[in-house]
Design a protein around this ligand. Structure first.
Ligand code: MN
Length: 248
C-alpha cells in the first residue's frame, strides 16, 4: 500500500506583513516536528499553504488522504460570537478562514483528521463550539498550561475517557503531557465529546462521535514522539486511518 498523503496546515509568519503591511509578504511555515512525526509514522507529509480561494482549498484536500491541523496562534473570537478578551493574542483571520473551509469539507467527506493545540480549538469552533480566550484570567486553574519547561518534557497529567480513540491508542487511563496553550475548549461542539481532561477540568482532547477518526489534542505529541512511544502511536493511527480511507 502506498504511503498516505497527510496535509499539514501552514502558519503565516507575520513579520513581513508587519513591516510592509502587504499580505503577500507573509511566509508559510510548518515546524519541522510535524513533518518528522508524520514521516516517521509512515505517512507522506504535504504542506498546505495559505491559499485564498475556497475552491483551491477543496482541490488540495481532494488530493489528500488525511488532514493534520497544526498548532499556531489564537482564533478570532468573532467565529464563535464573542468579543475579544483583553488577553487575546494576535489573530490571523485569513488563516482562520482557510482552516474553516478545510475542516468543514474534511468533516463532510469523513477525512481522517488530527488537530493539535490550535488545530483542536479551530476544529471545535468550526464544528459549533466555543473557546476560553485566556485560561489565566478567565478560568479558575491552579495548573500551568503554558509550561516553562522545555518541549519534550511532560508537565501535567490528563485523564482519558474509556473507549475513546485516545484511550485506546494510549492503552491506559491517563497520560502525562506537555502544555503550550493559554486558550482551551469551553463549550464542546455538537456531535463531539470531551475525551481527555487535565486535573483542573481544562479540556485536553476531543473526538467526533459522527466520524470514523476525528481527534483533537490540546498537547503537542509531535514534540515528544521520539522520547515517548505513546505519542508516536497517535500519528501512526492517523496514518493508518488515512491509508484505510479508500477501503471504506
Ligand atoms: Mn494543558
Amino acid at each position: 500500500m502506498k504511503s498516505p498523503l497527510i496535509g499539514i496546515t501552514a502558519n503565516a509568519l507575520l513579520e513581513g506583513l508587519k513591516e510592509s503591511g502587504r499580505r503577500g509578504d507573509v511566509e508559510n511555515a510548518v515546524p519541522q516536528a510535524y513533518v518528522d512525526a508524520v514521516e516517521d509514522a509512515g505517512g507522506t507529509p504535504v504542506l498546505i499553504p495559505l491559499v485564498r480561494n475556497p475552491s483551491t482549498a477543496h482541490r488540495i484536500l481532494e488530493s489528500l488522504d488525511g488532514l493534520l491541523l497544526s498548532g499556531g496562534g489564537d482564533i478570532d473570537p468573532a467565529l464563535y460570537g464573542e468579543e475579544p478578551d483583553p488577553n487575546l493574542k494576535v489573530v490571523d483571520v485569513e488563516k482562520d478562514k482557510l482552516e474553516k473551509e478545510l475542516i468543514a469539507r474534511a468533516l463532510a467527506k469523513n477525512y481522517p483528521l488530527l488537530g493539535i493545540c490550535r488545530g483542536m480549538q479551530i476544529l471545535n469552533v468550526v464544528a459549533g463550539g466555543t473557546l476560553i480566550q485566556d485560561i489565566p484570567s478567565t478560568a479558575r486553574s491552579s495548573i500551568q498550561h503554558l509550561q516553562r519547561a522545555t518541549a519534550p518534557v511532560p508537565i501535567h497529567r490528563i485523564t482519558l475517557k474509556k473507549g475513546s480513540h485516545l484511550q485506546k491508542i494510549a492503552g491506559q487511563a491517563s497520560l502525562r503531557v506537555n502544555s503550550y496553550h493559554h486558550q482551551a475548549v469551553k463549550k464542546i461542539a455538537p456531535g463531539f465529546e470531551i475525551t481527555a481532561t487535565a486535573p483542573d477540568g481544562i479540556v485536553e482532547g476531543i473526538e467526533s462521535r459522527r466520524h470514523r477518526f476525528v481527534l483533537g489534542v490540546q498537547f503537542h505529541p509531535e514534540m515528544m514522539f521520539r522520547e515517548f512511544p505513546v505519542f508516536k502511536k497517535i500519528f501512526q493511527k492517523l496514518v493508518q486511518e488515512a491509508a484505510a480511507k479508500h477501503a471504506h
